[in-house]
Design a protein around this ligand. Structure first.
Ligand code: NAP
Length: 187
């Protein structure tokens, strides 16, 4: 069965980015890429090998596009990427597919694209929550940075219960993996 996995960095107070979509707070953090002997958890290198397709919202896609343009770099993802948007955006790669509407309408296409591998929910938070409500979010893998922003783009702007399954440390980050349980029933 395809697993949908929300893998992201977040601030301690639950933001993916600040109000201006800046990730400056993230890139200054100390992080182990896992290539040494430490076996640091939460690395992109470990995670990406399990992924057959990615899903992201338009703001995240536009952030990636801007970042690549500034650095003069090519699209970095080898797997098909479904971008949810109501607009006509410029495709940065043949693997980019623009879609709109409820996640469930795209489930078959996403899972076919992923093949035997899992789906990376890249973000943002409202899209991740829409996927959860459609029964299309299995776990949440967080790298939690030791910073607070007070405001910004939320990690997950709904009430939900998760279950902690793994906990570790990578450099400055707490690395925590959770199963998605569902909307709260106990509180
Ligand atoms: N910390 C990290 O590692 C990390 C990870 C991921 C993202 N980020 C950052 O966090 C921010 C996330 O931005 P965001 O919260 O605005 O979320 P987002 O999910 O990236 O973008 C939201 C936009 O996606 C489109 N959209 C969402 N659901 C849709 C649907 N069902 N059908 C059609 N279009 C849909 C809408 O745009 P339109 O209607 O305008 O098309 C919506 O305004 C970005 O700055 C991103 O770079 C950080």
């Amino acid at each position: 069965m395809t697993r949908y996995r929300y893998y992201t960095a977040t601030t301690l107070d639950g933001y993916l980015a600040d109000e201006h979509d800046s990730l400056d707070w993230l890139f200054v953090q100390e992080q182990d890429d896992g290539s040494g002997e430490t076996g640091a958890p939460g690395t992109y290198e470990q995670f990406i090998g399990t992924i057959g397709a990615a899903v992201m919202g338009a703001t995240t896609y536009e952030w990636v596009a801007r970042h690549l343009r500034e650095k003069g770099e090519a699209w970095p993802y080898a797997m098909p990427c479904f971008v949810f948007t109501h607009r006509e955006l410029e495709p940065l790669d043949d693997g980019v597919r623009f879609v709109a509407g409820p996640p469930a309408e795209h489930r078959a296409a996403i899972e076919e694209a992923a093949g035997d591998l899992d789906v990376w929910m890249v973000g943002g938070g409202a899209l991740a929550a829409d996927f959860a409500e459609a029964g299309m979010l299995d776990d949440v893998l967080l790298s939690i940075a030791p910073v607070t922003l007070g405001a910004g783009r939320p990690l997950f702007p709904r009430r939900y219960e998760l279950r902690l399954t793994e906990l570790g440390r990578n450099g400055a980050f707490v690395v925590a993996t959770y199963d998605v349980v569902g909307p709260p029933t106990r509180w």
